[in-house]
Design a binder for this molecule. Structure first.
Ligand SMILES: Nc1nc2c(c(=O)[nH]1)N(C=O)[C@@H](CNc1ccc(C(=O)N[C@@H](CCC(=O)O)C(=O)O)cc1)CN2
Ligand SMILES: Nc1ncnc2c1ncn2[C@@H]1O[C@H](COP(=O)(O)OP(=O)(O)OP(=O)(O)O)[C@@H](O)[C@H]1O
Length: 189
């Protein structure tokens, strides 16, 4: 299946998740992530502020922040590349392009992601063999992940059934090291 049709299929499957399923998925994913030593040790984490039916990260971002971890969130630029700004509590976000809440804090630039000790990314699906992810199609995370060093763990958060063996890969696609679903953690590559 091509990327466009696979995206459509995955978005419509997400639309059928109930609020209870979304809540329980978020809890399981958060607990799995926070159980990882490399997550507990990371002082600076790049994450995303979930919208709609994405695996919910609000509780995760809040827990990391409460724990004293610095959390950077993406700020979408006009060219679809990602700038980064620090989360400083629930009252410090404002809607950006496409209505995604973004930190109002100072922008640290597109290279700020190079300083993260852990990178958590959104995805509609991840290939269980290659670790290649399917995103929204803007190429934002392909660019952002190309700046991340090879020893920094990268992890995509998924709902059940989104770790697949049929994700189309193009040369610019950047694989992730781990996927977390409500069932647990999978190491990739
Ligand atoms: N939570 C979150 N933040 C993110 C991303 C993401 O995928 N998820 N991005 C990842 O690159 C960047 C923002 N890019 C985005 C691109 C398109 C749409 C969007 O809502 N597009 C369609 C809706 C499609 C859908 O429902 O899935 C629209 O505008 O209607 C949102 C964010 C940075 N921040
Ligand atoms: N490093 C890059 N610089 C500029 N454009 C890029 C880069 N990487 C990918 N793109 C462009 O982004 C577009 C979308 O790519 P693709 O369909 O693979 O997105 P995606 O991986 O699903 O989305 P995302 O990376 O935002 O999650 C493609 O047209 C591609 O040419």
């Amino acid at each position: 299946m091509d990327k466009l049709n696979l995206r459509r299929e995955l978005i419509s499957a997400r639309a059928s998740l109930t609020p209870e399923q979304l809540r329980s998925n978020a809890t399981n994913i958060r607990e799995t992530l926070l159980d990882q030593p490399w997550a507990q040790m990371a002082g600076l984490v790049a994450c995303y502020w979930s919208i709609g039916t994405e695996p919910d990260t609000h509780g995760l971002v809040f827990a990391l922040w409460k724990h004293g971890t610095t959390v950077m969130l993406p700020v979408l630029r006009e060219d679809n590349d990602l700038d980064w700004a620090v989360y400083d509590g629930p009252d410090t976000l404002a809607p950006g392009r496409f209505g995604v809440p973004e930190p109002v804090d100072t922008r640290r630039g597109i290279d700020a992601i190079r300083t993260a000790a852990l990178v958590i990314v959104p995805a509609l699906a991840v290939d269980r063999l290659s670790g290649v992810r399917l995103g929204r199609g803007g190429g934002s995370y392909d660019r952002a992940l190309s700046r991340v060093g090879p020893n920094v763990p990268t992890v995509a958060l998924l709902h059940e059934g989104e770790l697949r063996d049929d994700v189309p890969a193009e040369p610019h696609d950047r694989p992730v090291h781990f996927a977390i679903t409500p069932v647990g953690l999978t190491s990739l590559k």
